[in-house]
Design a protein around this ligand. Structure first.
Ligand SMILES: Nc1nc2c(ncn2[C@@H]2O[C@H](COP(=O)(O)O)[C@@H](O)[C@H]2O)c(=O)[nH]1
Ligand SMILES: [Mn+2]
Ligand SMILES: [Mn+2]
Length: 311
């Protein structure tokens, strides 16, 4: 891939801007990036994960073993995602706060949501936080309205659903706190959740890359401690090997690194990206339980954070 001199100069300007924001610890409003619609090219162009920050803090992190003792004064987060109605064999570790980053069903059918909620009811955590993903079709009311207009053409297996069965589908989640472009404070941590992701074959909560997604990320409060999204940010656990593509969201990356700077960002969606990384400020967890073949093989990832001081 060849870049012109002016493109290289523009990338350098962007890099040094990002670097000086990081050094000063300042937070800036995020604008749509000119390479937003081509994330694989943007990853190379901006040298994300290597040249954007000096010294390079970005690296993979080995998830903590589940039997690691929790230090006093810490809260343990148990992160999972993309369980796709396959929770039966999953071994859940000790922890305080459960976080599920979406795709807990295959199609968002009320029967699947009830089954997931029953499973949540068996889990021992003090607090359980859940967001939706693109597979929770019924949680996206606008998507369902369009699906009816198209006579369920793209999702015939959802055609037996009647609006009265799913209009209030969130109310079936009685055993958790459900976040949808909203936040909750638990144990002093501000947690924000959002289900949106870049358009891919017209599933639920799909939006075009660029301004439409940035409008959603702009709703994330500056002082969020833990961000939960369904999709990854560009360059972090977002590689799709079979397509040789980076598919994370550029505007989400810039929102996380330049404005919000949460301690922890939990997501899923790209099953192949299961694992953990850090950029020195934020720890990134792709908690996809299912592999690319939809087998629930990946264990939940646990993460400890010191309890915020309350004065
Ligand atoms: N090339 C892309 N592949 C994508 C994208 N979004 C998802 N995927 C692939 O699908 C699986 C499963 O995702 P799910 O939402 O259906 O559970 C994921 O692991 C990827 O392989 C995309 O935007 N581009
Ligand atoms: Mn999934
Ligand atoms: Mn998904």
């Amino acid at each position: 891939m060849a870049f012109t001199l002016s493109e290289i100069m523009a990338a350098r300007r962007q890099q040094s801007q990002a670097q000086s924001h990081t050094q000063r610890g300042s937070r800036t409003a995020v604008e749509v990036d000119e390479y937003s619609t081509n994330p694989t090219q943007a990853f190379t162009f901006y040298n994300i994960n290597q040249g954007r920050f000096q010294p390079p803090h970005v690296h993979m992190v080995d998830p903590m073993p589940h039997d690691t003792p929790k230090p006093p004064g810490y809260t343990r987060f148990v992160c999972i995602s993309d369980t796709h109605s396959r929770t039966d064999a999953i071994q859940m570790p000790y922890g305080d706060v459960f976080i599920h980053a979406g795709d807990f069903t295959e199609l968002g059918l009320p029967s699947e949501v009830k089954k997931f909620n029953d499973w949540l009811g068996t889990l021992p955590y003090d607090i359980k936080i859940v967001i939706a993903g693109n597979h929770e079709l019924t949680f996206d009311q606008e998507f369902m309205a369009d699906l009816i207009k198209q006579d369920f053409y793209y999702f015939p297996s959802a055609s037996k659903l009647k609006p009265e069965n799913y209009e209030n589908v969130q109310s079936l989640l009685t055993n958790c706190i459900y976040l949808q472009d909203s936040e909750v404070t638990v144990r002093g941590f501000r947690i924000y959740g959002s289900p949106w992701q870049p358009w891919y074959y017209g599933w639920g909560f799909n939006l075009p890359r660029g301004q439409a997604l940035l409008d959603k990320w702009n709703q994330i409060p500056d002082n969020t401690d833990i961000l939960v999204t369904h999709c990854p940010p560009l360059g972090f656990l977002d590689w799709v090997p079979k397509k040789m593509q980076r598919v994370g969201c550029m505007e989400l990356l810039n929102t996380v690194q330049r404005r919000v700077q949460p301690k922890l960002h939990v997501f899923g969606h790209i099953h192949e990206g299961y694992g953990m990384m850090t950029d020195g400020t934020t720890s990134f967890i792709n908690a996809s339980a299912c592999t690319v073949n939809f087998l629930p093989m990946n264990p939940p990832i646990v993460f400890d954070l010191p309890n915020p001081r309350t004065t």
